[in-house]
Design a protein around this ligand. Sequence first.
Ligand code: FAD
Length: 484
Amino acid sequence: MSSIVWFRRDLRVADNPTLQAACLSCGDIAFVYVHAPEEEAPWAPGAASRWWLHHSLAALDAELAKRGQRLLILRGASAPVLAALAKDIGARDIHAGTLMEPAIRCRDEVVRQHLAEQGIALHLHAPNLLSDPEAVRTAKGEPYRVFTPFWRQVRSKLMPDAPGPVPQLPNPPGVSVQRDALDALRLLPRVAWDFGFDADWTPGEAGAHRALSDFMDDVSRYAEARNRPDQAGTSRLSPHLHFGEITPRQIAWAMRGRGQFDPGEAFLRELGWREFCHHLLWHFPYTTDAPMDARFADYPWQQPPDPALLAAWQQGRTGIPMVDAGMRELWHTGWMHNRVRMIVASLLTKNLRIHWLHGARWFWDTLVDADLANNTAGWQWTAGSGADAAPYFRIFNPVLQGQRFDPRGDYVRRWIPELSKVPAPSIHSPWTLSVAEQRDFGIDDTPYARPLIDLAQTRNRALEGLAEMRNARPHDARANSQPG
Ligand code: FAD
């Protein structure tokens, strides 16, 4: 009996429970990717993600080709497309990895029912996580809303098994349905804004393992270097993890195998944040678009946002060096350092009082690692409306953050050539230089002499807004946070 492996975001052949389960069935297997982005709306993959997806699908096809198989690319609504393929090859079983996004969960239910009516079973296998979001519960049996006890429970049970090998792949079945070429999906941008991406990234399973291996040489430095955007101190594994090109189990196992489990503890904890974000998305699916803390529905956001301010933030033209450097890094590379993500998100949601969803959507379109669980939690955390969020009065000061985490200004100078002549003591607050100095350093005619906003005034206004909100609805912050 033939079966189908439906690849979605588990684009690898090793340590893949979906592939292993299908291979146990002993028959022929068709490997398929079905392109139906509208089924993921309103969070269909953004432009940078589509770039990654194109290259990752090509890499997966190459991996399968090495083993005598090919990736079938099909377009159209998932349910009828899969049913037609199953009929074509006589398959009764379709295997896929579980995804957590609310729209995809609904879609998968529709697919399951449609297939069941035709006698075909959809088997959803474990998601690409270290923990099962249903199994991790508080003593009262509820989902966690606070990271530390969540991670304590997950970490205490974390003794990863050896990752699964690449199974022996059977022969491809004869397929007569109309297939598409990868290029027909038009995932790559028509206007070439992606020229920086090729230099920075190697999408695909092999690229993921190379990134892990490079990082393993430095993992013992991670605890101190992870907050420094001026240093290459983090793994940059996020897009590989998002697309399932590597598993957290493979990562944890690699650390253990090299005796790095202890030095890597800080790193494992960050993987723990990824677990926590997925736990939240699974149990509180409405948080992709609504605040977890219901009081934030009353926050006096600037509605509609000033388009000039929003565009300046998006394009890295606010005149605040750490913020502009981060936004330009994002545009050029499709990635931004975590510390800088928090700084730019705080400026948007607090100083500019622009709703976090405007920021989340911009990140969604521009990040190669755009991930609904991590992005939602990151924005809600910074805005103060999320689970275990930053205290409402915590407003990142981009000048102090820059002085602390980019002390020589190397990060800022890399992304803002206008500031190349400004010396370190003033690089994070160039507006404090005298007019003559600004002229000498060539910044007198730039936003760095007169930033778009006054950080102190906008901070105070944000605190007033937060006080108004708290007075308007001082009830229990969890009133709206019912599990989904
Ligand atoms: P490392 O420091 O090497 O960490 C290893 C892995 O742990 C990461 O690849 C990631 O999978 C996970 N991780 C690390 N930090 C976090 C975190 N704070 N939350 C959840 N998982 C984490 N991450 C995304 O993958 N996709 C997003 O769309 C995304 N949006 C964000 C938006 C905001 C406003 C903020 C503040 C954070 C966001 N993050 C997101 C989390 C974090 O910034 C990135 O995961 C991290 O910068 C990726 O770089 P890295 O792989 O070098 O991380």
